[in-house]
Structure formats: C-alpha cells, structure tokens
Design a protein around this ligand. Structure first.
Ligand code: GAR
Length: 199
C-alpha cells in the first residue's frame, strides 16, 4: 500500500476528499500523516478526529529551508511515498523538493498557467474568464508551475457569483485530485520538459 503525506494550511476539504476516495475504494493508498504549518488549521483537527496522525510543524518565525527540512523529516518518519499538498499555502524550497523528487503533487484552483498564486478563483472571476477550473501538478521550486498531471474545466455561468463559481471549482478539485493521485501512483509516466508523458 502506497503511503501519502498530506500537507495543509487551512480548511482541509481536499484532504477529506482524498480520505473519502480511499474509504470508498476509489484510491488504493493510505494516508500516513497529515502535516500543517499552522497548529490551528481546521483540517488538522479533522484529521485528528478521523484518527490519522496529525502533526503541526509551525512555520512562523522559522527559516523556510529549516521548516521544509523538518517537514521532510516527519514525512520520512512516516514512510511517505507521495506528498499531496492540499491547500498548503507555502512555496517549497529544495530542502523538501530534493527529498521527494517528482513525488510532490499540488492542487490549484485555476487552469494553470493562468492565475497562479493566492485567490486564483477571484483572479479568474475578475479577469472575466468564460472557463475556469482547477489543476493538479507536480511541484517544483516555482509557484504553481510544475508539470501538469490533470485539469478540469468549469464553465462560468451568467448567473454565477464568485462564491458559486468557487464552489463548483472546489467540487471539481475534490473529484480530480484523488484521480490524479491514483494515476501518478500507477506509474508508467515520465517527465519530458514541461510535459508528463504517459507510457
Ligand atoms: C483549495 O481551493 C486549493 O486548490 C487551494 O486552497 C484551497 C484549500 O481548500 N490551493 C491553492 O490555492 C494553492 N495555490 P481546502 O483546505 O478546503 O482543501
């Protein structure tokens, strides 16, 4: 059984969707540990209540590389094979990326490379896009920029508000993240420049 390490900073609904996919047999994996850089993250409490190992490694006031090294140590302690960022609002440094090469995924609420960074749904809404969406990608040192694993498009409706649009994007995030994790775990792929080639 492949072991996932989930990193989150807030609500944790993507973490819950991953746990649900595993529980329902749609994703063959186990959540080995949930780590947050914020001790007060709601998702960390949810993880604890669900019986997972839930660890806070506060980032405030800690040098970035030092914090990432502590996170990598904790992931290794739990025998993690694949790291899943799920609303983890930090840019990773080589201190973590080099210890999990091509083994860190992120979910982002836009069709990358459009609208990287914070409040992607709001950026897309204010830009007036007709099609929004979400992206699962491998993580590298640049912000929301690694090779793309999977995307889902979400049409913007005339009746939408930013809230209703964000809500539908989130539903697609919950749907594709576990699919993308399953696909990556299945193997048979390689990275060729920016592209992931499925063999
Ligand atoms: C999600 O919409 C996720 O895509 C986004 O944060 C939210 C976390 O929600 N991540 C990013 O913007 C990363 N750049 P959740 O805590 O309920 O999963």
């Amino acid at each position: 059984m492949r072991r996932l390490g989930v990193l989150l900073s807030g609500r944790g609904s993507n973490f819950e969707a991953i746990a649900r996919a595993i529980g329902e047999g749609r994703l063959e994996a186990a959540i080995a540990v949930v780590i947050s850089n914020k001790a007060e993250a709601a998702g960390l409490e949810t993880a604890r209540l669900m019986g997972f190992s839930a660890v806070a490694i506060p980032s405030k006031g800690v040098e970035r590389a030092r914090h990432d090294a502590l996170v990598a140590d904790e992931l290794e302690r739990h025998g993690v094979d694949l790291v899943c960022l799920a609303g983890y609002m930090r840019l990773l440094t080589p201190a973590l990326i080099k210890r999990y090469p091509e083994r860190i995924l992120n979910i982002h609420p836009s069709l990358l490379p459009a609208f990287p960074g914070l409040d992607a749904q709001k950026q897309a809404w204010e830009h007036g896009v007709r099609v929004a969406g979400c992206t699962v990608h491998l993580v590298n040192e640049a912000l929301d920029a690694g090779p793309i694993v999977m995307q889902a498009a979400v049409p913007v409706l005339e009746t939408d508000t930013i809230e209703s649009l964000s809500h539908r994007i989130l539903a697609e995030e919950h749907r594709i993240y576990s699919q993308a994790i399953a696909r990556v775990l299945r193997g048979g792929w390689r990275v060729d420049g920016r592209r992931i080639v499925w063999e």
